[in-house]
Design a protein around this ligand. Structure first.
Ligand code: AMP
Ligand code: MG
Length: 427
C-alpha cells in the first residue's frame, strides 16, 4: 500500500477550520465570485445567458398594419348589413400577398383579396375570413370578380395594427435578464442579431481516488467507476457552464498537481473526493501547496467536508467523494458560484413548501437534505415522501428523487405532517 505523501503528524489539516453552517459556507464561497466579462454573442449562442445591457426596439412589431387572416379586406361600413341569409356583394379590386410592398387602395364598395401577413390596403379597416365569404364562387360572369360577404365585421376585425406587439423605441429586453427562446425571438424581430451577454463560465471537473476508474475502463479488484464527473458536469452544463473534463487523478501529489494545472484557465475547478480525513486524502495537501485552500466542515448531511479556495488564481471547490454528498454540495455551492459568474442577480435555490409524509430524526445539528418524491394531494398540498435509503453513497436514491427535503439543523425530530421547504431537483 502506498504511503501518504506527507506524514500525518506534519499535516496542517488537523486544524480543519471550525464548523460552519450551510449559509455561512455559501456566503464564503459566493464572496469569491463576480460576474464574468461581457462579450457579444449571436442570438442562439445567447440563449440562457444574462443580458448585459437594455435593448431598445429599432422598429415596431408588426412594422406595418396587416391582415391576421386569409380573407377579404373591406371597409366595415360597406358590409354592415351582411348576414348569412342576405350577403353583401362587393367588387374585388385587387389581390395582396404577404411580402408585397406598395400601396393597394380599397375603393368604397369594393374588397381586396388578402393573405395573412399582407399589408392592409389604406382605406380598409377590417378583414372578413374566407370562411365567411363565398370566395368569389358566386360571381355571375367570369370576367366580373365579385365576392359575397356573409358576416358584418367590426372595425379592426382580423387587423394587426403596426406596433401592437412591440412599439418602436420601447425596451424589449432588460439588463440582467436571462434570455429564453421567446426573448431571442423578440430581439430578432426588432433587428438585433447579436447581444452583449456575460461570458459562459468554464468549469473544470476532476475526480480523485486510486480506486476510481473512468466509466469505459474495465473494473479490476478494488476499483469503482467514476460517476461523479458526469453528474457534476451535467449539472454545470444545465446551469449554463461549459465543462472541461480533467479525468481522474491518483491519490498522489504529482498526479493531482499535473491534472489541476490543466484546469488553471477555467473559471472554477471542481474536484470530488480526497477532502475528508482519511490517510490517502492528499487532495487537501496538494491544494494547500498549490494555492490557498481551506477545508471546512459544514453542518450538513449528506456531505460534511468541503474544500474551498484557489489554485493559483483559479477558484477551486473541493467536494466530498461520496456521490450523493458531492451532488448535494454542488447543488448548494457550485450552482450559486456558476450563476454568479454567469451574471445572474438571483442565485438562491428555488424551494417549495411541502408536508412530510413520515417522521424524520435529525440528530447532530446538521441541515439534512433528504431525498424525497413529491406527491400532490387533491387539496393542492405537496407531500414529500422519503425515497428510502439515504446513504451518502447511494446514487440510485438521488436518481429516484424529485426533490431534497430540507430539515433545519435546529430540528432534531420532525413528525409526519410537518410543513417544510424542499428543493425541487430540476436540471
Ligand atoms: P473520499 O472522499 O475520497 O474519501 O471518497 C468517499 C467515497 O466516495 C469513497 O467510497 C470513494 O470510493 C467514493 N468516490 C470518490 N470519488 C468517486 C467518484 N468519482 N465516483 C464515484 N464514487 C467516488
Ligand atoms: Mg478518495
Amino acid at each position: 500500500m502506498p504511503e501518504p505523501t506527507t506524514p500525518l503528524a506534519e499535516r496542517p489539516w488537523e486544524a480543519v477550520e471550525r464548523m460552519l453552517d450551510v449559509d455561512a459556507a455559501l456566503a464564503r464561497v459566493l464572496a469569491a465570485f463576480r460576474p464574468l466579462p461581457v462579450e457579444e454573442a449571436t442570438l442562439l449562442d445567447a440563449c440562457g445567458r444574462i443580458l448585459a445591457e437594455d435593448v431598445v426596439a429599432r422598429n415596431s412589431v408588426p412594422p406595418f398594419r396587416n391582415s391576421a387572416m386569409d380573407g377579404y379586406a373591406v371597409r366595415a361600413e360597406d358590409v354592415s348589413a351582411a348576414t348569412w341569409d342576405a350577403p353583401v356583394e362587393l367588387d374585388v379590386s385587387a389581390r395582396v400577398a404577404a411580402g408585397q410592398g406598395g400601396v393597394v387602395a380599397c375603393q368604397p364598395g369594393s374588397a381586396v383579396r388578402i393573405m395573412t401577413g399582407a399589408p392592409l390596403p389604406a382605406s380598409a379597416d377590417a378583414v372578413v375570413r374566407f370562411e365567411e365569404t363565398d370566395e368569389g364562387r358566386g360571381s355571375g360572369a367570369p370576367e366580373r370578380q365579385t365576392v359575397r360577404i356573409f358576416r358584418s365585421p367590426a372595425v379592426g376585425d382580423n387587423v394587426r395594427e403596426a406596433g401592437e406587439d412591440i412599439a418602436v423605441e420601447s425596451v424589449v429586453a432588460r439588463r440582467g435578464q436571462r434570455l429564453g427562446p421567446a426573448d431571442l425571438g423578440l430581439l430578432a424581430s426588432v433587428g438585433c442579431a447579436a447581444v452583449p451577454v456575460h461570458r459562459r463560465p468554464v468549469v473544470a471537473i476532476l475526480s480523485t481516488g486510486d480506486e476510481v476508474v473512468a466509466p469505459h475502463e474495465p473494473l479490476s479488484p478494488g476499483k469503482i467507476r467514476d460517476s461523479n464527473a458526469v453528474v457534476l458536469a451535467a449539472m454545470a452544463r444545465a446551469w449554463g457552464a461549459e465543462v472541461q473534463m480533467l479525468g481522474v487523478a491518483r491519490d498522489t501529489a504529482p498526479d493531482l498537481t499535473g491534472r489541476l494545472a490543466a484546469g488553471r484557465a477555467a473559471d472554477l475547478i471542481v474536484t470530488s473526493g480526497g477532502v475528508s480525513l482519511g490517510d490517502y486524502d492528499v487532495v487537501k495537501d496538494v491544494l494547500r501547496a498549490e494555492g490557498e485552500v481551506s477545508i471546512w466542515q459544514v453542518r450538513m448531511k449528506p456531505g460534511k467536508p468541503l474544500a474551498f479556495g484557489r489554485i493559483g488564481t483559479t477558484p477551486l471547490l473541493g467536494l466530498p467523494g461520496n456521490p450523493v454528498a458531492a451532488a448535494v454540495s454542488f447543488i448548494l455551492y457550485g450552482r450559486a458560484a456558476i450563476l454568479r459568474l454567469a451574471g445572474h442577480d438571483e442565485v438562491g435555490l428555488p424551494t417549495i413548501e411541502v408536508v412530510t409524509a413520515e417522521c424524520h430524526d435529525n440528530r447532530g445539528q446538521r441541515r439534512h437534505f433528504v431525498r424525497v418524491r413529491l406527491e400532490r394531494r387533491d387539496d393542492g398540498t405537496i407531500v414529500a415522501r422519503s425515497v428510502g435509503e439515504q446513504g451518502a453513497g447511494v446514487l440510485s436514491s438521488l436518481a429516484a428523487a424529485d426533490a431534497l427535503l430540507v430539515i433545519p439543523e435546529s430540528r432534531d425530530r420532525v413528525p409526519a405532517g410537518t410543513r417544510l421547504r424542499a428543493i425541487p431537483l430540476q436540471w
